[in-house]
Write a protein that binds this ligand. Structure first.
Ligand code: FAD
Length: 410
């Protein structure tokens, strides 16, 4: 191992959307925190703070409010007043509005890169958080009293000592493997193509989710009257779609979406992401814990991956705040057990809900097509179903930790 240069309460592996949010959420507790991120944020290939647009749920909003960040986030975000759900080639649609849910917005859309700027500037101002970036965790040693995490950077190797190691290093988490935890992963045979465009008619804070035979297509309101899109295409067709010139691309996208927003033009840079369902078989090991995509990677159809990860952050913070107040250290086994128990149901529900949505709406099997017609109708007509769906996707169901209720951690 290299030289030991740091002694921390908590080391967070991965400074993406979730790891950075955790570091900021922990800051008021006065613990010594280190965050280790492999790729500099300003790099084009930064995988978390990229050009995707993310829908922030109500519970994520509450968290940012409790963390004192919401004013900065909302200044860069666009509110969603309604979501219009439709099925290509079928009559009927469903419509959920903020008004019927008695909330000011169903959620907010923010570009990851812009959210990254807000989080990063606040992180630099946090006194008790050290940032190691670019630096990659290469190996760990999980002991009963402490954890050693060795990281590699341009300056060579160094080893950090801590009481708790948090893996926030994404779906293909290497730290999860170092913790001896496997993940069940299944590819969807699809890729999400993302970017933004200019619709002829303004979105006026409406979001659209359209289920097509290839997969779901989401159109989201973003700044400057533009629309962010997340278009799911079959893996075998993805290279062809990515290689289309802008006009051809817009023609195909318009064919899938229709003309509800008039003609599409001026598409921006596109990027694509392979879609995988990933579930870690457990959430903790000795003095270590998984959060965010290292614990669960979802299909973006439900726009819930980040929001679910934020609820991991909120629950972990609650457990750490309670335990440290009673004099325990943040890697205490009972604290980790409490976290794992707390998060199990929410994670399981969201993983199943999202996976079922992809299967139900992505299948052309006659039985499922009928079910999905009934599903669309039932969704609208069965009393209570729609509000319940809305509450889940807003992240307001179940027992909520302090931050998810908008209550500061300390
Ligand atoms: C197309 C698309 C659209 C989406 N839309 C939504 C949405 O609308 N709403 C929503 O809630 N979610 C959405 N998601 C999901 C959301 O983007 C993810 O859940 C979220 O980014 C996960 O964040 P994370 O920090 O856990 O992981 P990541 O974003 O993968 O970040 C992991 C970080 O760890 C770093 N890292 C990796 N290995 C190491 C190492 N060994 N040492 C140090 N650092 C390391 C990486 O460089 C990276 O910065 C979407 C996903 C996709 C693909």
């Amino acid at each position: 191992m290299g030289s030991e240069t740091g002694n921390y309460d908590i080391v967070i592996a991965g400074g993406g959307m979730i790891g950075t949010s955790l570091a900021l959420a922990l800051a008021p507790l006065g613990l010594r925190v280190a965050i280790v991120e492999a790729i500099a944020r300003r790099e084009d290939q930064q995988p978390s703070f990229d050009d995707r647009s993310t829908g922030l749920s109500r519970s994520t909003q509450c968290m940012f409010e409790a963390m004192g960040l919401w004013d900065d986030v909302v200044a860069a975000a666009t509110p969603i007043a309604s979501v219009h759900v439709s099925d290509k080639g079928r009559f009927g649609f469903s419509h959920i509005s903020a008004k019927e849910q008695s909330v000011e917005a169903l959620g907010y859309v923010v570009i990851n890169r812009v959210l990254g700027e807000v989080l990063q500037s606040n992180l630099l101002a946090a006194k008790n958080v050290d940032v190691y970036c670019p630096a990659r965790i290469e190996s760990t040693e999980l002991g009963p009293e402490q954890v050693f995490a060795t990281l590699k950077s341009d300056d060579g190797e160094q080893t950090l000592m801590c009481k708790l190691l948090v893996a926030a290093d994404g779906t293909n988490s290497a730290v999860r493997e170092m913790m001896g935890i496997s993940a069940q992963q299944r590819g969807y045979g699809q890729r999400a193509v993302i970017g933004n465009l200019l619709p002829e008619k303004a979105l006026e804070h409406r979001a659209f989710e359209r289920f097509t035979p290839q997969g779901p297509l989401a159109i989201l309101p973003v700044a400057d009257d533009r629309a962010g899109f997340v278009w799911t295409v079959a893996e075998h067709d993805a290279d062809r779609v990515m290689a289309l010139d802008d006009d051809e691309f817009l023609t195909e996208l318009q064919e899938e979406f229709g003309y509800r927003l008039g003609k599409f033009s001026r598409v921006g840079t596109r990027a694509s992401y392979p879609l995988v369902l990933s579930k870690a078989v457990r959430l903790t090991a000795t003095r270590s814990v998984l959060i965010g995509n290292s614990a669960h990677g979802l299909h973006p159809v439900s726009a819930q991956g980040f929001n679910l990860g934020m609820r991991d952050v909120a629950a972990l913070c609650d457990c750490i705040a309670d335990a440290t107040e009673k004099g325990s250290d943040p890697g205490d086994a009972r604290l980790l057990e409490r976290y794992a128990e707390w998060r199990r149901a929410d994670q399981k529900k969201l993983v199943h809900f999202t996976d079922n949505l992809v299967r139900l709406f992505g299948s052309s099997r006659p039985g499922l097509r009928t079910l999905r017609n009934i599903g669309m109708i039932g969704f609208d007509l069965v009393p209570g179903v729609r509000p319940m769906f809305a509450r889940h996707t807003m992240g307001l169901a179940g027992e909520l930790p302090r931050l998810s209720r908008g209550v500061p951690i300390r």
